[in-house]
Ligand binder design. Structure first.
Ligand SMILES: *Cc1c(COP(=O)(O)O)cnc(C)c1O
Length: 428
């Protein structure tokens, strides 16, 4: 029997009660077969806010009108353009304005931050990270370790799930920190793992890391704009994130940096410097000898890529209006509904296939994303979903990642996804 909640009427009722339902209209929804796709890949590339065009047009117009003078004469002077984004981004990650800057791209920022915060010695040189970290992070860590003359095999400790389990137990992260207490330099974790969707307890990981005298950094690519973050209060040392996943700012766009206030007045920290990190008041005297700006801005190398920043600003303005608390409340409800629908279908089709959700059940340990192992099914089922207008993500051998995003996905999207899934199973 079909579960009671697995009906169009019920999904529509939830949509009618959703205080954020109107936000869907503020985004372009990709079309498939002449109708709205079921877009569940906001964890890879968020959708375009309809306001983006105007924000970019403003800068194109000012460039046409002013040329170089736009640095000071544009409506939003380019010289300080990034400052418009700072307070909005800081709110999303729970930081003071001085702790955040938007600049460069994510992997670049991870490297720049590790130059300052991964400072291995003979005694302390190890990095603890999650197993199955995003590949770019794995390469970044490996190359940092080698750069300092250490052997990645010895220096990088990956904490993975136990045999037969899919996500990482918090106690196992803590015990890895304890075990390596004397040789640990850095704990560098994702906030939310890109593959399983597991949300880590960043506050407690940071506490445990500090207890053994090491530094705690996080890659928030899958966490920023997805879950509530309180980086300042948690005393995280540093973090970085991209703006194009849950933050909807367009392909390959700029990244955010967080450096905790406690590190803001340390000009002695080693860093790779560039002119945009130089003290603002005297930057254009162009004197020899680098004097970093106080706070996160001191990690900037280059002047801001304003066209990309404009798209990011458009998106941040939407977040600013809604706030993370409301977003997260809807997100928990959406993901729980998706889980319910998948469970219902899995129960009813168990002789043909079964779906195992490898994302934690506990909502405090996950964000928007569910990762589903499709036992007994291969890529053909996924291809059928795609043909029916579901945009999701397939990972070999048989994992489907789906992320209903509270700003633009509806409960009806989830109901329709369930219909497509049943059809895909029945097709054989
Ligand atoms: C998406 C993602 C990246 C991508 O890095 P770019 O430098 O923006 O290409 C890196 N790390 C993680 C964890 C990601 O999820």
């Amino acid at each position: 029997m079909v579960a009671e909640h697995n009906s169009l009427e019920y999904a529509k009722k939830l949509d009618a009660q959703d205080p954020l339902a109107a936000y869907r209209e503020k985004f372009f929804i990709p079309q498939v077969n002449g109708q709205d796709s079921i877009y569940f890949t906001g964890n890879s590339l968020g959708l375009q806010p309809k306001t983006v065009r105007d924000y970019i047009q403003q800068e194109l117009d000012d460039w046409a009108t002013f040329g170089v003078e736009g640095h000071f004469d544009a409506k939003n002077p380019w010289f300080s353009y990034h400052e418009l984004l700072t307070p909005k981004a800081a709110k999303i990650v729970g930081a003071l304005d001085s702790e955040v800057v938007i600049t460069h791209s994510l992997t670049t920022n991870l490297h720049l931050l590790m130059v300052s915060f991964y400072r291995p010695t003979e005694q302390r040189f190890k990095i603890i990270c999650e197993a199955k970290a995003f590949p770019s992070d794995q390469y970044a860590l490996e190359s940092q370790v080698k750069f300092h003359g250490f052997d990645p095999k010895e220096a990088i400790i990956e904490v993975g799930p136990r045999e037969g389990e899919h996500h990482i137990r918090h106690e196992d992260i803590l015990s890895a920190i304890e075990t390596n207490a004397d040789s640990l330099a850095l704990v560098m974790f994702g906030g939310v793992n890109y593959y399983t969707g597991q949300l880590f307890d960043m506050k407690d990981i940071t506490r445990a890391t500090h207890d053994v005298g090491a530094i705690a950094g996080f890659d928030l690519a899958h966490a920023a704009g997805n879950v509530e973050l309180y980086l300042h209060d948690w005393e995280v040392d540093f973090a970085a994130w991209c703006s194009y996943k849950y933050l909807n700012s367009g392909p390959g766009n700029v990244s955010g940096i967080f450096v905790h206030q406690k590190h803001e007045n340390k000009p002695e920290l080693p860093r790779f410097a560039g002119w945009w990190g130089y003290e603002k008041d005297t930057r254009f005297q162009m004197e020899a000898g680098f004097k970093p700006m106080k706070g996160a801005e001191g990690w900037q190398l280059s002047n801001a890529p304003v066209l990309g920043m404009a798209a990011h600003l458009a998106s941040l303005d939407v977040f600013d209006e809604v706030g993370m608390k409301k977003l997260r409340a809807k997100s928990e409800q959406l993901t729980a509904y998706l889980e319910e629908i998948i469970q219902d279908i899995s129960n009813r089709y168990q002789d043909q296939c079964s779906f195992e959700i490898i994302t934690p059940k506990d909502k405090s340990q996950r964000g928007a994303q569910l990762s589903i192992l499709a036992h007994g099914r291969g890529k053909a089922m996924f291809e059928s979903l795609t043909k029916q207008g579901v945009i999701a993500d397939w990972r070999e051998p048989n994992v489907i990642r789906i992320a209903p995003v509270p700003l633009y996905n509806s409960f009806t999207d989830i109901y329709r996804f369930g219909e497509c899934l049943e059809k895909a199973i029945s097709e054989k």
